[in-house]
Design a protein around this ligand. Structure first.
Ligand SMILES: [Mg+2]
Length: 382
């Protein structure tokens, strides 16, 4: 079998899909995107396709190594997201060729289903109590929300109190035992992260996420000493080498690699296994589309230390076109009591509605996150 064609589709709300064709008629789908840089990743995918066209799609590990190593420069969000989507599509082809879901090709399942959580509240969290209640009524056993808006290196206790009030409202609305993930979103700097984490402890959150930016991960040591809340991070880390020091240092409790950013199925399976050796849990990041989610669920199926999966159904970014819209069989992502079953179809286990993909690609998108500034005019983390 030979790879014959690469085709990319920039589709709303903010995604990039990739279809790889073969001379045996088997096609594979991937989602190579970094949010806000879809066109740049598309160009990287096209460059990588020059090497892959004409090659055997089943030699995934070798293709991964060539894409990663043979260009001399490596890593980072753009190249690794391009590799991720290509890798997903190759696994989809392999699974269809062997008529098995990807998890069967990676050792087989160690679970029947995966717990999922729902986003609430948007970029600037408001009305979160009500949204949390609705998510729980829809069957979710866990929610995630942004903790704060902009926060300066040293900011006012008023903003701390506002954050505390919001989390209090959520805890009040959902009762004692629903999981609450609180995403600091890299908006918080070390001095405020310690204060905020300590104040939020009373609500017994499931985790705090990106308490500081990943480039400041050495600060996790001090934050971990200031609070007993599990610390999660990793959506902006892109390979096993990026995770190496984080795991060795031992201050992280949950890693959150993104299957569309951290080298795809091949690399994330390895990163999850590295975490297992450090007794660290995994909650794969996935605010993206159906191909990315299917890829996550395939690896989750074989990974003992995955305890929950992010998914974007109904997320604030998806207004107007959501992940189910792109599927022929929407039932594969049916959530029951806050869990989703493994996808048992061949390859990634989903069937793309190509007509809809083509239609949406005509519309395209140019999604960018907003640029936020503090009161003094300095740029703020979004
Ligand atoms: Mg996050």
């Amino acid at each position: 079998m030979k790879i014959t064609k690469f085709e990319t589709f920039i589709v709303p709300p903010r995604w990039l899909f990739l279809k790889i064709e073969t001379d045996e008629g088997i096609v594979g789908w991937g989602e190579p995107v970094i949010e806000g840089r879809a066109a740049t990743v598309k160009a990287a995918v096209e460059e990588l396709s020059e090497y892959l066209i004409g090659k055997d799609p089943l030699r995934i590990e070798d293709h991964w190594q060539v894409m990663y190593r043979a260009g001399f420069y490596r890593g980072g969000p753009i190249l690794m997201s391009a590799i991720s989507g290509i890798d997903q599509a190759l696994w989809d082809i392999k699974g269809k060729y062997l008529n098995a879901p990807v998890y069967e090709l990676m050792g087989g399942a160690c679970r029947d289903s995966v717990r999922v959580y729902s986003w609430i509240g948007g970029d600037r969290p408001s009305d979160v109590g009500k949204a949390a209640k609705e998510a729980v009524e829809a069957g979710f056993t866990a929610v995630k929300m942004n903790g704060t808006e902009e926060l300066q290196y040293i900011d006012s206790y008023q903003k701390i109190d506002e954050a505390v009030e919001r989390i209090a409202a959520v805890r009040e609305a959902v009762g004692d035992y629903i999981g609450i993930g609180i995403d600091f979103h890299g908006r918080v700097h070390k001095p405020m992260a310690k204060i905020l984490a300590k104040e939020l402890e009373q609500f017994r959150p499931m985790f705090i996420e990106e308490p500081v930016l990943p480039e400041n991960n050495e600060a996790l040591r001090e934050i971990a000493h200031a609070t007993n809340i599990p610390i999660a991070t990793g959506e902006r880390m892109f390979s096993k080498w990026d995770f190496k020091k984080l795991l060795e240092d031992g201050y992280v409790d949950i890693i959150q690699p993104d299957l569309s950013h951290a080298g795809g199925i091949t690399e994330c399976k390895k990163i999850f296994a590295m975490a297992e050796a450090y007794d660290v849990a995994v909650a794969p990041h996935c605010p993206l589309g159906p191909i990315a989610l299917a890829s996550c669920l395939q690896v989750d199926g074989t990974s003992h230390n995955v305890f929950i999966q992010e998914q974007s159904l109904g997320i604030h970014y998806n207004q107007g076109s959501d992940l189910l819209d792109y599927l022929n069989d929407k039932k594969v992502f049916e959530y029951k009591d806050g869990y989703v079953d493994l996808l048992k179809g061949p390859g990634l286990g989903i069937s793309m509605n190509e007509e809809f993909v083509n239609e949406q690609a005509k519309e395209g998108h140019n999604w960018k996150n907003p640029v936020w500034r503090h009161k003094d005019g300095t740029v703020a983390e979004w």
